[in-house]
Design a protein around this ligand. Sequence first.
Ligand code: UD1
Length: 373
Amino acid sequence: MIIVGARPQFIKSAPVIRECLRTKQVDLQLINSGQHYDYELSQIFFNQLGLPKPVLNLQVGSGSHSSQTGRAMIRIERCILELRPEIVLVPGDTNTTLAAGLASAKLNLPVGHIEAGARSYDMSMPEEVNRIVTDHVSTMLFAPTKITERNLRSEGIARNRIFRVGDTMLDGLKTAIPLAKKQKPSLLGRMNLTAGEYVLMTAHRPANVDVQERLENIVNAILRISKSLKAVFPMHPRVAYRLKSYGLHRKLKLSRNVILTKPLDYIKMIALLDSAYALLTDSGGLQKEAFLLGTPCVTMRGTTEWPETLKSGANTLVGVDSDRIVRSILRSEKRHESIWDSKKTGNPFGSGRASEYIVRTVLSKTAQLSNET
Ligand code: UD1
């Protein structure tokens, strides 16, 4: 059983799901918690990434962290008792990841955590709590990089539970790039953009967008940047709501160089990222994608769970200080070419075959576990 529910999980698990569908020994049960429910955050990815219809949508929806996680746990427990899977796989670090990991472990089911071991060492991030707890209740920890493997070892997790397989986001990117390259000319044309002359940006973290002063800093930075470069801003529903309620949406709309859009599908996002002058973001996954595509990244956070991307200045952490954001964006320089398909450079995120290794490991370990019982 694979349990997903939020946008980044659809993206991280898609290559694993496709690998399961290709492997005849696997009988896959896909469950959607329904944490994300807007078309642009959910169904669009099922359609575009060729994911099968989930066996169940648990319609957990939004709410405070505890109510969302609690609701998800209760419904996931019911669903596991009904469908009786042999193992549960949970990707990423969302509240759905935590709920699925805990509910499965409490039913004594083996749990496989995809993207195990990522640490920002900032416990004020909800995702950090989710990552740590999920890792410690998991039976198989699929670490994407050497650093994530080391993090798990330093927390006392036994070596035989850790599998360094590479990052499934790289697998997904490899499939997406040819499609993105094909779409790019018409996409850039429709949006009136020139490759290398626009900044792509996203902001959705509650710590940034739910605090008026911080969101004002971000908006002021975009307005200053837009004097020299176009800015494309696909808005997560949370930031769209906050921009309107703080009266900041109008300010952005009035600038001719700022393009505000709904959240974009995966292929469009990759196409825009590939040709952007730089990325400005507070997302975790986009930092990795920018790094793999060789697009300079400026991250509006004080810490990152992906220190691999900081090497050689490809990613810079700037918090939400307007001056630092503007300075870092305007001084952005390409530090390396794209490495998503490179065989020569040691890509810290693996070789793009993580999904294959995960499915293979799951098959051999579940066979081993059922022999032991
Ligand atoms: C979640 C993940 C985060 C991930 C992000 C990507 C957790 C703790 N956080 O954050 O790691 O980076 O997804 O998108 O799980 N909303 C809608 N429509 C939707 C979904 C959400 O309008 O389809 C709005 C609701 O007002 C909701 C708010 O967004 O209250 C937050 O949604 P939630 O799923 O709680 O967290 P995200 O901020 O999306």
